[in-house]
Each structure stands twice: as C-alpha cells, then as structure tokens.
Design a protein around this ligand. Structure first.
Ligand code: 5GP
Ligand code: ZN
Length: 113
C-alpha cells in the first residue's frame, strides 16, 4: 500500500466521520467542509486520480456516482448538490487517491473558482 492518507482512513489507521461503506467505497465528511454537506466519496482501490483510471474502472466509477446520489438523498440535498473531482495539482488536487467531493446545503456558484 502506498503512503496514502485516504488508504489509511479506509484502513481505520486514521479516524474519520464515516457515513457510508460498502465493498467498493467509503464516504466520510471532509475535514474542512466548504458547504453544510461536504463529504468525500472514495474508492477502496488506490488509484491516484481520474486520469489514472482505465476502462476496467468503469463499473467502479459508475458505482461512485450512484453512491453519491444515494448519499445526497440521505443527506436531504437531492434537490441541489454538486459532485466533482479535482484532477491534478492545477485543478486543486491535494490527495493523490481518487475521490469525489459531494457538496450541498447552500447555493452553488458557477463558474467555480
Ligand atoms: P482535493 O484537494 O484533493 O480535491 O481534496 C482533498 C480533500 O481532503 C480536501 O477537501 C481536504 O479538506 C480533505 N482532507 C484532507 N485531509 C483530511 C483528513 O485527514 N480527513 C478528512 N476527513 N478529510 C481530509
Ligand atoms: Zn490511497
């Protein structure tokens, strides 16, 4: 396993506020929330980001989006939320383990910064 923050959270070596877990992913609260609801949807498989995914990851990527919709429903934000991934440093990626941010509970501006 690489020396990876999110792999350590998945392995329970670092605590998190976990709100969903299944065989393929975990969902936990972001430590620096940017909206009333701000969670991270993280595959258990270590892959550094979206650009590092391959065709074999298509089912996993679809699963992550279905989980996002489920979590949004559970959080009461299904009427308006944003799902995004930062890919690469210039896009703001700071943790090199694929993750989607799910944000909601406030109006979202467009375009994002
Ligand atoms: P990125 O910048 O890579 O798109 O997103 C990484 C996210 O991970 C950031 O929003 C940051 O607040 C969050 N984060 C960083 N370290 C931790 C941590 O130890 N625990 C949790 N729950 N979130 C973290
Ligand atoms: Zn990892």
């Amino acid at each position: 396993m690489p020396d990876c923050l999110f792999c350590k959270i998945i392995a329970r070596e670092i605590p998190s506020q976990l709100i969903h877990e299944d065989s393929q992913c975990v969902v936990f609260k972001d430590i620096q929330p940017q909206a009333p609801t701000h969670v991270l949807i993280v595959p258990k498989k270590h892959v550094s980001g979206l650009s590092a995914c391959s065709d074999e990851d298509k089912p996993l990527l679809g699963h992550l989006q279905r989980v996002a919709a489920f979590v949004a429903e559970e959080a009461g934000i299904a009427s308006g939320y944003r799902l995004l991934t930062n890919n690469g440093r210039s896009a703001g990626q700071s943790v090199d383990h694929l993750h989607y941010h799910l944000l909601g509970g406030r109006p979202m501006n467009w375009p994002p910064g």
